[in-house]
Design a protein around this ligand. Structure first.
Ligand code: WTA
Length: 647
């Protein structure tokens, strides 16, 4: 259980920020005296307009933790202005288009100017501090400019992944209640266009509060236009002034709201506060990736996800780095794309998701070895557990045994990496996210909240506050408290199962609630089920995850049709289409099993745990079925289960 160990090369250790001894000492100090530790780090990593009164107040018990109270700062100022003296001409954004012939570079000076101009544009649109702005964009520099322009004037950005459908976008626009949306006419992925503007039009049809849509022209294709509401980005930018003061923000002012899936109900708007989030994004980016000045850093995550926020945009820019913004996909024009980009831009740090690594590994080594990859120094992974054999391939073939792999465990809610092997500071174990970051106190506990012995699986909790933690759920403090602080009073419940081995290495097993990870994308059973229930023929539905060789998990749905409805292949197709339309193409059902009923407790709750076992053909121990309202249902479900395809 404690796994195979890979030491880090002496060469790497010599240049690393943290040696093993330093890690132990710094970690102990960060836990013993968190206020002192974070106070010092906050001054080192962030420029404050005015210092805080208290580093940390509140507690998990009361769910009222607050960092750097009364401290004043601005995110865009920290990402841009303070670097201008020393790195105005250094590339901040290195953009690689979907088509490899398209590259754009923006220096810190240029990025600063664009952000200031857009800040002024937004102000002219009467956007004020505290207003929310929805950003629905492809991976182009303007997406980052939009985020930073919001931050500069104190508006709260809410980025919606460009792969979400019009309906999903609408739900987020409504919840966040914004008056302005920034989008592009179209996106480009693998040579195909994505109709972003059309989706926005559809989404805001019944949202009268959206009065303005700013549209970046990414392609030459015409899109429908509402002359009263829609404006071109470049028209507004043309005469916008270059000076735009950075708004003085309180550490507790929200920087952004990012929607993510929970196990039940609608996606929740995770709110991150300016002060703590920025400190944590900067420091984790610096240590976890062993970031040094001059590194060319590439995180493949879309800005629509938390990884894109913390490690494509904020972390690297806070540290004055060069961040690669990649519009395309790893398989276009061919399976060498990532490795070609690495050679072309001399990328030193590469951070991606296990699903991408699995997909590339499947195509064979030749696509990798065709490229040199000499510049690579460090590799990273995030979003789901990485299978040890996939880890070994990443390590041996991609990194040629030279590059440490940082397997980083964290969540939208945590703001930044929480458990990860600090490179240079500890040996690596394939499949383990290793040890906690400074100030983070994870533990594995049983149902009663007691620590379990080494090697025993339990629930992952965090025992002390850390600066990157979410502030609340937008407009829903109750869900915030119930979802994270109720199960184990005094602790933050992560929703993951894990083990901790005798060397204190953490092994994350997966979610213990009804959150699913499909190709690294987070989806909730509840939202998938309500998408199914929208169909007139359906009376009940339950969705669970089953293993998939590339996607990690895929979706298995149990569906009950209404009494007078016949089942058919056509209906199956309609259901698949419907879920894609209501959520997005990432939510594609892989299996649909028809059933007459679902297993429910006597109080009427669907027993997804049981359904997961049935879908996975894991029938040996079905657990306690004594609370079932109708045990016969289970026999029928087992009899009609669908064999999982070999993928
Ligand atoms: C999972 C992504 C294993 C976990 C940053 C978590 C991981 C959820 C890892 C959060 C990892 C993330 N090993 N599992 N290294 N990283 N997870 O909010 O289940 O999209 O709770 O944030 O992803 O997903 P989210």
């Amino acid at each position: 259980m404690s796994g195979k160990e890979y030491p880090i090369s002496t060469e790497f250790v010599q240049q690393a920020h943290v040696t093993p001894e330093q890690y132990d000492a710094l970690y102990a100090q960060s836990i013993r005296a968190p206020k002192q530790f974070w106070g010092e780090k906050a001054l080192k990593f962030i420029t404050w307009f005015k210092p805080w009164n208290e580093v940390l107040t509140g507690s998990f018990e009361k769910a009222n933790v607050s960092w750097f109270q009364e401290g004043k700062l601005n995110a865009a100022y920290n990402c841009l202005d303070r670097h201008l003296e020393t790195r105005a001409n250094q590339v901040a954004i290195l953009w690689e288009g979907d088509d490899p012939s398209e590259v754009r570079k923006l220096t810190y000076a240029e990025l600063h100017e664009e952000v200031c101009r857009l800040g002024n544009v937004l102000k002219k649109q009467r956007i004020k501090k505290g207003d929310r702005i929805c950003i629905y964009m492809p991976m182009i520099p303007e997406a980052v400019i939009a985020m930073l322009a919001c931050a500069r004037i104190g508006a709260i950005h809410s980025v919606v992944f460009g792969g979400f459908s019009a309906d999903a976008l609408k739900a987020r626009i409504e919840d966040v209640d914004c008056h302005l949306v920034i989008t592009a006419n179209e996106g480009l992925r693998a040579g195909k266009t994505i109709s972003l503007k059309k989706n926005v039009d559809e989404a805001i049809q019944d949202c009268p509060q959206v009065q303005r849509v700013i549209v970046v022209k990414r392609t030459e294709n015409a899109v429908p236009w509402n002359a009263v509401r829609d404006v071109w980005y470049h028209d507004l930018m043309a005469d916008a002034p270059k000076q735009c003061p950075a708004e003085m923000m309180d550490a507790s002012d929200p920087l952004f709201i990012l929607y993510t899936s929970g196990s039940t109900g609608k996606p929740k708007g995770i709110v991150h506060a300016t002060g703590g989030y920025l400190v944590y994004a900067a420091i984790t980016h610096y240590y976890v990736f062993d970031y040094h000045a001059g590194d060319i850093y590439w995180c493949t995550a879309d800005i629509g996800w938390i990884t894109g926020h913390s490690y494509t945009v904020y972390g690297p820019l806070l540290n004055g780095g060069t961040t690669v913004i990649f519009e395309g996909v790893p398989h276009y024009p061919d399976f060498s794309r990532c490795w070609d980009v690495i050679d072309k831009h001399r990328v030193t740090i590469f951070y991606t998701a296990p699903t991408a690594i699995r997909a590339l590994r499947r195509e064979g080594d030749a696509w990798v070895t065709r490229a040199e990859r000499h510049s690579l120094k460090l590799l990273g992974t995030v979003g789901e557990p990485i299978n040890p054999d996939v880890w070994e391939w990443y390590y041996n073939v991609v990194g040629e045994k030279r590059c440490p792999i940082v397997d980083t465990w964290w969540q939208t809610e945590t703001g930044g990496a929480m458990i990860a092997p600090l490179p240079g500071a500890m040996p690596l174990k394939p499949g383990s996210a290793a040890k906690p970051f400074f100030g983070v106190v994870p533990a594995v506990v049983d149902e009663q909240g007691h620590d379990v012995p080494a090697g025993v699986m339990g629930k992952l909790v965090i025992k002390q506050p850390w600066p990157g933690m979410m502030q609340t759920i937008y407009k829903n403090r109750e869900r915030f408290i119930d979802g994270y602080f109720k199960e184990f009073p005094g602790y933050y419940a992560a929703g993951d199962d894990a083990r901790c081995d005798a060397d204190n290495y953490f092994w994350i097993v997966g979610r213990n609630d009804d959150v699913l990870k499909v190709s690294g994308h987070r989806l909730g059973s509840g939202e998938l089920e309500s998408a199914l229930l929208h169909h007139a023929a359906i009376s009940e539905a339950a969705v669970v995850g089953v293993p998939h060789a590339v996607k990690g998990e895929s979706l298995y749905a149990f569906v009950v049709t209404k009494a007078d409805v016949g089942i058919s292949e056509q209906l199956k197709k309609e259901l698949i289409q419907q879920v894609r339309r209501l959520i997005g193409p990432i939510a594609t059902l892989e299996y649909i099993q028809w059933t007459d009923g679902l297993p429910k407790t006597r109080s009427g709750k669907i027993m997804r745990r049981l359904l997961r076992k049935i879908a996975n053909n894991d029938l040996k121990e079905l657990g306690d079925v004594s609370t079932l309202a109708d045990p016969q249902v289970v026999d029928n479900l087992i009899k009609n289960r669908i064999d999982l395809r070999d993928v």
